[in-house]
Design a protein around this ligand. Structure first.
Ligand code: SF4
Length: 177
Protein backbone atom coordinates (compact mmCIF):
# COMPACT_ATOMS: atom_id res chain seq x y z
CA UNK A 1 0.00 0.00 0.00
CA UNK A 2 1.13 3.54 -0.75
CA UNK A 3 0.19 6.74 1.03
CA UNK A 4 0.37 10.37 -0.01
CA UNK A 5 0.71 11.93 3.40
CA UNK A 6 0.88 11.20 7.11
CA UNK A 7 -0.46 14.28 8.87
CA UNK A 8 0.38 14.81 12.52
CA UNK A 9 -1.57 17.15 14.83
CA UNK A 10 -4.52 17.16 12.40
CA UNK A 11 -7.59 18.94 13.82
CA UNK A 12 -9.73 18.95 10.64
CA UNK A 13 -10.62 15.29 10.09
CA UNK A 14 -12.34 14.04 13.23
CA UNK A 15 -12.53 14.97 16.91
CA UNK A 16 -9.59 16.49 18.75
CA UNK A 17 -6.00 16.19 17.65
CA UNK A 18 -5.42 13.23 15.35
CA UNK A 19 -2.86 11.47 13.20
CA UNK A 20 -4.21 11.12 9.65
CA UNK A 21 -3.09 8.67 6.99
CA UNK A 22 -3.98 9.45 3.35
CA UNK A 23 -3.83 6.11 1.52
CA UNK A 24 -3.38 6.04 -2.26
CA UNK A 25 -5.66 4.58 -4.90
CA UNK A 26 -9.27 5.36 -5.76
CA UNK A 27 -11.45 4.07 -8.59
CA UNK A 28 -14.45 6.27 -7.74
CA UNK A 29 -13.22 9.20 -9.87
CA UNK A 30 -15.83 11.67 -8.58
CA UNK A 31 -16.10 14.75 -10.86
CA UNK A 32 -14.34 17.67 -9.13
CA UNK A 33 -12.47 15.40 -6.73
CA UNK A 34 -10.24 17.73 -4.71
CA UNK A 35 -7.23 15.38 -4.90
CA UNK A 36 -7.19 13.38 -8.18
CA UNK A 37 -3.48 12.71 -7.80
CA UNK A 38 -4.43 10.18 -5.10
CA UNK A 39 -6.37 7.99 -7.58
CA UNK A 40 -3.06 6.35 -8.51
CA UNK A 41 -2.36 3.33 -6.27
CA UNK A 42 1.38 4.06 -6.52
CA UNK A 43 1.10 7.74 -5.53
CA UNK A 44 3.37 8.84 -2.70
CA UNK A 45 5.45 6.57 -0.51
CA UNK A 46 5.24 2.91 0.36
CA UNK A 47 3.67 2.15 3.74
CA UNK A 48 6.40 0.42 5.76
CA UNK A 49 7.16 -0.66 9.31
CA UNK A 50 8.68 2.78 9.77
CA UNK A 51 5.39 4.45 8.81
CA UNK A 52 3.60 2.27 11.33
CA UNK A 53 6.12 3.21 14.03
CA UNK A 54 5.52 6.90 13.24
CA UNK A 55 1.77 6.41 13.67
CA UNK A 56 2.23 4.58 16.96
CA UNK A 57 4.61 7.27 18.24
CA UNK A 58 1.82 9.81 17.65
CA UNK A 59 -0.83 7.61 19.28
CA UNK A 60 1.43 7.22 22.32
CA UNK A 61 0.99 10.95 22.99
CA UNK A 62 -1.80 11.49 25.52
CA UNK A 63 -3.25 14.49 23.67
CA UNK A 64 -3.69 12.58 20.40
CA UNK A 65 -7.30 11.35 20.20
CA UNK A 66 -6.82 8.72 17.52
CA UNK A 67 -6.21 7.82 13.88
CA UNK A 68 -8.12 8.99 10.83
CA UNK A 69 -7.79 7.11 7.53
CA UNK A 70 -8.52 9.10 4.38
CA UNK A 71 -7.85 8.60 0.70
CA UNK A 72 -7.65 8.07 -2.07
CA UNK A 73 -9.99 5.30 -1.00
CA UNK A 74 -9.34 3.23 2.14
CA UNK A 75 -12.09 0.78 1.10
CA UNK A 76 -10.54 -0.17 -2.22
CA UNK A 77 -10.29 -3.95 -1.64
CA UNK A 78 -6.50 -3.99 -1.90
CA UNK A 79 -6.23 -1.15 0.64
CA UNK A 80 -8.69 -2.88 2.99
CA UNK A 81 -6.44 -5.96 3.11
CA UNK A 82 -3.40 -3.83 4.02
CA UNK A 83 -5.26 -1.68 6.54
CA UNK A 84 -6.88 -4.50 8.50
CA UNK A 85 -3.78 -5.64 10.47
CA UNK A 86 -2.88 -2.01 11.23
CA UNK A 87 -6.33 -1.07 12.52
CA UNK A 88 -6.62 -4.28 14.52
CA UNK A 89 -3.31 -3.60 16.22
CA UNK A 90 -4.36 -0.03 17.02
CA UNK A 91 -7.65 -1.30 18.47
CA UNK A 92 -5.74 -3.66 20.76
CA UNK A 93 -2.95 -1.28 21.80
CA UNK A 94 -5.03 1.88 22.12
CA UNK A 95 -8.57 0.81 23.12
CA UNK A 96 -9.47 4.33 24.29
CA UNK A 97 -8.43 6.11 21.10
CA UNK A 98 -10.84 6.45 18.20
CA UNK A 99 -10.54 5.41 14.57
CA UNK A 100 -12.28 7.53 11.92
CA UNK A 101 -12.38 6.56 8.27
CA UNK A 102 -13.54 8.45 5.15
CA UNK A 103 -14.83 6.43 2.19
CA UNK A 104 -16.51 7.27 -1.10
CA UNK A 105 -18.49 4.02 -0.90
CA UNK A 106 -21.86 3.92 0.88
CA UNK A 107 -22.07 1.72 3.96
CA UNK A 108 -25.43 0.02 3.38
CA UNK A 109 -25.75 -0.63 -0.34
CA UNK A 110 -22.04 -1.04 -1.14
CA UNK A 111 -19.78 -2.01 1.79
CA UNK A 112 -22.41 -4.27 3.39
CA UNK A 113 -23.98 -5.60 0.19
CA UNK A 114 -22.69 -8.90 -1.18
CA UNK A 115 -21.60 -8.68 -4.79
CA UNK A 116 -20.79 -4.96 -4.73
CA UNK A 117 -17.33 -3.92 -5.93
CA UNK A 118 -15.75 -2.85 -2.61
CA UNK A 119 -17.09 -5.69 -0.47
CA UNK A 120 -14.43 -8.36 0.05
CA UNK A 121 -13.46 -11.01 2.60
CA UNK A 122 -12.06 -8.45 5.09
CA UNK A 123 -14.69 -5.68 4.84
CA UNK A 124 -16.69 -6.71 7.91
CA UNK A 125 -13.55 -7.07 10.02
CA UNK A 126 -12.29 -3.66 8.91
CA UNK A 127 -15.64 -1.98 9.61
CA UNK A 128 -15.59 -3.56 13.08
CA UNK A 129 -12.43 -1.55 13.90
CA UNK A 130 -13.99 1.83 13.02
CA UNK A 131 -15.74 4.25 15.41
CA UNK A 132 -16.88 6.85 12.89
CA UNK A 133 -17.29 6.31 9.14
CA UNK A 134 -17.85 9.24 6.78
CA UNK A 135 -19.41 7.66 3.68
CA UNK A 136 -20.50 8.54 0.16
CA UNK A 137 -18.90 10.00 -2.95
CA UNK A 138 -18.34 13.69 -3.35
CA UNK A 139 -21.24 15.02 -5.49
CA UNK A 140 -20.48 18.36 -7.10
CA UNK A 141 -24.15 19.43 -7.28
CA UNK A 142 -24.55 18.83 -3.53
CA UNK A 143 -21.36 20.61 -2.51
CA UNK A 144 -21.75 22.66 0.69
CA UNK A 145 -18.67 24.17 2.29
CA UNK A 146 -20.49 24.78 5.58
CA UNK A 147 -20.76 21.04 6.34
CA UNK A 148 -18.64 19.64 9.14
CA UNK A 149 -16.26 16.85 8.00
CA UNK A 150 -18.03 16.47 4.59
CA UNK A 151 -17.83 18.08 1.19
CA UNK A 152 -21.34 17.38 -0.13
CA UNK A 153 -24.77 16.95 1.47
CA UNK A 154 -25.20 13.28 0.48
CA UNK A 155 -22.21 12.26 2.65
CA UNK A 156 -22.94 10.95 6.14
CA UNK A 157 -20.99 10.92 9.41
CA UNK A 158 -21.97 7.54 10.85
CA UNK A 159 -21.55 6.45 14.47
CA UNK A 160 -20.44 2.87 13.86
CA UNK A 161 -20.68 1.76 17.50
CA UNK A 162 -24.33 2.81 17.71
CA UNK A 163 -24.98 1.44 14.23
CA UNK A 164 -23.67 -1.97 15.33
CA UNK A 165 -25.74 -1.87 18.54
CA UNK A 166 -29.02 -0.82 16.90
CA UNK A 167 -28.46 -2.47 13.48
CA UNK A 168 -29.68 0.81 12.00
CA UNK A 169 -27.46 3.41 10.38
CA UNK A 170 -27.07 6.05 13.09
CA UNK A 171 -25.66 9.49 12.43
CA UNK A 172 -22.97 10.67 14.85
CA UNK A 173 -24.83 12.85 17.36
CA UNK A 174 -22.10 15.45 17.89
CA UNK A 175 -22.34 16.73 14.34
CA UNK A 176 -22.79 20.50 14.24
CA UNK A 177 -24.06 20.65 10.66
S1 SF4 B 1 -13.85 9.02 -3.36
FE1 SF4 B 1 -12.63 10.77 -2.63
S2 SF4 B 1 -10.55 10.47 -3.53
FE2 SF4 B 1 -12.00 9.14 -4.64
S3 SF4 B 1 -12.59 10.35 -6.44
FE3 SF4 B 1 -14.16 10.68 -4.86
S4 SF4 B 1 -13.50 12.53 -3.75
FE4 SF4 B 1 -11.72 11.78 -4.94
Amino acid sequence: MHYGELKKCDIANGTGVRVTLFVSGCTNHCPDCFQPQTWDFDYGKEFTGETKAEIFAELDKPFVNGLTVLGGEPFEPRNQRELLPLLREIREKYPHKTIWCFTGFRLDDELLTDGSYPRCEVTDALLACIDVLVDGRFVRELKDISLQFRGSRNQRVIDMNKTRQTRTITIWDQLRR
